[in-house]
Every structure is written in structure tokens, then in C-alpha cells.
Design a protein around this ligand. Structure first.
Ligand code: NAP
Length: 288
């Protein structure tokens, strides 16, 4: 497994990250825990998790404590107020039984109104800064998935250490300001902000039966997953991709990660074309 520097955090993270949503929602808790242990044994050293991922924190808390020295733990909160963020951070720390988190992120920020709330006098940012001063969190990040213009605005408003955004080939079948990750990657590159990618294997919103716990229809053959994961990991400065939210897809994603090959620009365009022919579409904006 390849490891990359996660921007200014200087963490050397595996190019695949354990995404917490999948193990949180999978019906069989033991299978979910086993999937995470397997990912760790394959060399993954970063986990992305949130209180809102169903059972994830409860199920994976003991593993996080057990492997604390080996894992970069990226947590988040949907709370936007000072009190709410403090309350949630303390709950997470006690649930995991750890003294600190590596990265704490404003989770799923979707609008300028939310950004303004976070950075207002009684907003969550104040709690994050205090927690960082007290050594409870080391780095501050943000996650944005619906509108890359909001991500750009956030990077103007605060000097984030990391950003988590969708970086996926299907977006490039119809680039729009909402889904175009390239300007965000450019800012991240210029300012040495660590980039965590999501949605790599997304094909489109579900058109038929919902066969996976991912909220989008994923590519689900090894060949397509290879192309999707390699496309994402070929975009600079993406450091790592958080594996999709259905643990049944993880073996193919792990295989793609272990065999990662950097794609040339020509190969990347080819992936977008092939995916377009297969019916891939961006997830945002919603009604494309
Ligand atoms: N904002 C984030 O921090 C974020 C977003 C997506 C994924 N991830 C990470 O990446 C891993 C893989 O996830 P994925 O992106 O490939 O998606 P996925 O497999 O479907 O995993 C579920 C993720 O989809 C998002 N989601 C659920 N319903 C949604 C909706 N109606 N509209 C937009 N987003 C929706 C959730 O984002 P939320 O986390 O925002 O609830 C959730 O994390 C997850 O396990 C998680 O660790 C993080």
C-alpha cells in the first residue's frame, strides 16, 4: 500500500482510508468490525468517522482505542454552535476512551449560511480553536460534498489543515461549479492543505433497485473500480480516498488500492469517456 503526505499535517497516510459509514450501517456488527480489522491489517492507517454514522462510533470505538498509535483518526461534527461542538467532541472522546483526535472537521457544510454560523461569535469554530489549544484535537478540517463553491468560500474564510471533498471521474462527465473539484484542489495544492477524497466509485444517483448501502449507485466490477480509484488517486494533491459506504465493496477497492497505477492525463480522459458511455453522471447538482 502506498502512503502519502496529508498536506501540512505531515501525516503519512495510506492512499485508502477506512470510511466509517459502511461499518456503521452494515446489519452484521461482527462482520463490520472484521472488515475494519482486515483493512488495518492490509496497511490502512487512517479512519474517517462521525457520530452520525449509525452504529459506527459504538462499534469501532474499541478498535480505535486498541490501534490508537497506528491510526490517524479523522472525526467530525454536524454541530454548528460553540456549545454543541464542545458537547459532541467530549462525547466522542469518551466514547473512544482516547485523549485526543488527530483531525476534527466541520461535517457536511452545505451553504454560506452554515459557514457564517460556524464562524459567528457563538459558532463551532471557537470551540474547535479552544480544543486545539488544549491539545484535544491536532488539526482542523472541513468536509463539503454538495457544492464546491462552498468549499472555496470556506478556504477563503479559514486556514484549514485538511479538506474532504468528492473527487470522482463521473463528476467530469458534466463539470459544473457545484461538482468541479479542480479549483479546490488547486487551492489545496497552493496552501499545502491535506485532501481526503470521497465518492470515487460513484456512478450516478440510483436509477433502479438500491443494491448497496452507498447512497449513490456505485461501480461494482473490479475493472471499473480500478479505473475509478486510480482516477481519484491520480488527482494531485489527493492524499487518500475514504472507501465507499458498503463493506461488501471493500475487497475490490482494497485490491485496486494495492495495485494503484498513476493514470496519465490521456488515460484519465479515457476513463471519463468510458464512464460516460456506461451512463455515469455527477451526483451534484441534483437534477442533471
Ligand atoms: N461529509 C463527510 O465528511 C463525508 C461525506 C461522505 C463520505 N464520507 C466518508 O467517506 C466514506 C465513503 O462515503 P461515500 O462518499 O463513498 O458515500 P457512501 O458510500 O454513500 O457513504 C455514505 C456517505 O454518503 C453521504 N450521504 C448520505 N446520504 C446523502 C445524501 N442524500 N446526499 C449527499 N450525501 C449523502 C453521507 O455523508 P455525510 O458524511 O456528509 O453524512 C455519508 O458519509 C464514508 O464512510 C465516510 O467515512 C465523509
Amino acid at each position: 500500500m502506498e502512503y502519502r503526505r496529508l498536506g501540512r499535517t505531515n501525516y503519512k497516510v495510506s492512499i485508502l482510508t477506512i470510511g466509517g459509514f459502511g461499518p456503521g450501517v452494515y446489519p452484521d456488527a461482527q462482520a463490520a468490525i472484521k472488515a475494519v480489522e482486515n483493512a488495518i491489517s492490509e496497511g490502512l492507517n487512517m479512519i474517517d468517522i462521525a457520530p452520525s454514522y449509525a452504529e459506527a462510533e459504538i462499534r469501532l470505538g474499541p478498535l480505535i482505542k486498541k490501534y490508537r498509535d497506528r491510526l490517524v483518526v479523522a472525526e467530525k461534527t454536524l454541530e454548528r454552535t460553540y456549545e454543541g461542538a464542545w458537547r459532541e467532541l467530549k462525547t466522542t472522546l469518551s466514547r473512544f476512551g482516547v485523549n485526543s483526535l488527530d483531525i476534527y472537521q466541520f461535517h457536511a457544510v452545505g451553504s454560506l449560511e452554515e459557514l457564517n454560523k460556524i464562524f459567528s461569535e457563538k459558532g463551532a469554530a471557537k470551540a474547535f480553536l479552544e480544543a486545539r489549544d488544549q491539545g484535544l484535537i491536532k488539526f482542523i478540517g472541513i468536509t463539503v460534498h454538495a457544492d464546491m463553491r462552498v468549499a472555496l468560500k470556506a478556504l477563503e474564510m479559514f486556514d484549514f489543515d485538511t479538506i474532504l471533498i468528492p473527487v470522482y471521474a463521473a463528476a467530469m462527465t458534466m463539470p459544473r461549479p457545484e461538482n468541479d473539484f479542480r479549483p479546490v484542489l488547486k487551492v489545496a495544492m497552493d496552501r499545502d492543505i491535506g485532501v481526503i477524497a470521497i465518492k470515487s466509485i460513484a456512478k450516478r444517483r440510483y436509477v433502479g433497485e438500491k443494491r448497496y448501502t452507498t447512497w449513490y449507485e456505485p461501480f461494482d466490477t473490479q475493472e471499473d473500480i480500478d479505473m475509478a480509484v486510480w482516477y481519484t488517486l491520480s488527482q494531485e494533491p489527493v492524499a487518500t480516498y475514504a472507501m465507499a459506504g458498503d463493506i461488501r465493496l471493500w475487497p475490490m477497492i482494497l485490491s485496486a488500492g494495492k495495485r494503484f497505477k498513476k493514470l496519465s492525463l490521456e488515460e484519465q480522459s479515457k476513463v471519463v469517456e468510458v464512464f460516460r458511455e456506461k451512463g455515469a453522471k455527477p451526483l451534484f447538482p441534483e437534477n442533471l
